[in-house]
Design a protein around this ligand. Structure first.
Ligand code: NAP
Length: 303
């Protein structure tokens, strides 16, 4: 049960349609919200006011919410609803109170370094198991959509290979299995091999990948390292469709795949593409819970 966020001051800086769900939820919970990089947004939210980054008072801000990618390597923040340039600098963060927490989807060297420099806590939401597992739901739906769009055969009855049994791989494998595909899953840990067997699918150790790819119709990769190398692709049938879900640059040798005539698609950010509203709600729910916990901790300290 999430309590209200009355009295909590939050700066939401930039972002896309997903962030609107976050703002909506925080507004419902009675937080005081400053929107930076939203001047083209027509929809009013109760308790939210549009601000300019240079004119804003950060001295009472309890939390800063950044878009999923955080910042780029120069500190620039993506703003879909604004033409304004929004740059996050350590000088700005240093104006926030010491308890102010910075929330982002992921981070990079720049964001890590400025938050560290000013000693503010940085929470990377996409590293959380709950967020990754919830996000696997729209990811799976997007993967099914791509498999349908890019093949001329049914998923049912086709030979599908899933690489990796992490939070995304498990959901992908299970869903294609349920749709009637013959699913093989590749992993490197014996406990994963055991789990794949328990789930009623065919497991294989990644060391044997070259052997196992020989009869695959659809290959879905979730391993963020170079796994579908030229050597592996050389053994793959040319009709195989590769859907690479791993974060950029993916785990496929795309140059070699193209040379061999294998269709290989890098498919980043599927939740935000196929279901921005759900993807936003996933973040909104987790964020409101975390902000609530922050608030309770602060109250306990002052009592
Ligand atoms: P995860 O839970 O950490 O799973 C990663 C998997 O990769 C695990 O099975 C892990 O196996 C395996 N792995 C990692 N390094 C490996 C290596 N060197 N050799 C062999 N296996 C290795 O991550 P996730 O949440 O499922 O996400 C997987 C990837 O998908 C990430 O890159 C993520 O950014 C991306 N993603 C993309 C989308 C999209 O829309 N395209 C959506 C969600 C996530 P071990 O347990 O043995 O390490």
């Amino acid at each position: 049960m999430i309590g209200l966020l009355t009295g909590v001051e939050i700066a939401v800086m930039g972002g896309d349609a997903r962030q609107l769900e976050v703002i909506k939820k925080l507004a419902e919970l009675d937080a005081k919200i400053s929107l930076i990089g939203f001047e083209q947004l027509n929809h009013p939210f109760a308790g939210a006011s549009k601000e300019k980054i240079n004119e804003m008072d950060f001295s009472s801000i309890d939390a800063v919410i950044l878009p999923i990618p955080g910042t780029d390597l120069e500190g620039k923040i993506e703003t879909i609803f604004s033409n304004e340039e929004v740059i996050l600098k350590s000088e700005l963060l240093s104006k926030t109170p010491p308890h102010c927490t910075i929330y982002s989807g992921i981070s990079n060297a720049y964001l890590d370094s400025i938050t560290k420099k000013v000693n503010r806590k940085l929470v990377k939401l996409f590293e959380r198991d709950d967020v990754a597992i919830y996000n696997s739901i729209p990811t799976v739906e997007g993967t099914i959509m791509m498999a349908i769009q890019h093949t001329d055969f049914t998923i049912h009855g086709s030979r599908v290979m899933v690489l990796g049994l992490g939070r995304t791989g498990m959901s992908v494998a299970r869903s294609f299995h349920v749709l009637g595909a013959k699913v093989k899953v590749g992993a490197r840990k014996s406990e994963h091999i055991a789990r794949i067997t328990e789930m009623g699918m065919e497991p294989f150790f990644l060391d044997n990948l070259e052997e196992v790819v020989k009869d695959v119709d659809i290959c879905i990769n979730t391993i963020p390292v170079n796994i579908l190398t030229a050597k592996v692709l050389a053994k793959m049938p040319t009709h195989t469709l590769i859907i690479d879900l791993a974060s950029k640059p993916g785990g496929t040798d795309f140059r070699y795949a193209e040379k061999r005539g294998i269709k290989a698609l890098l498919a980043p950010g599927l939740p935000g593409i196929v279901a921005p509203k759900t993807a936003g709600k996933i973040l909104a729910n987790v964020l409101s819970q975390l902000l609530q916990e922050d608030l309770l901790k602060r109250k306990e300290k002052t009592e």
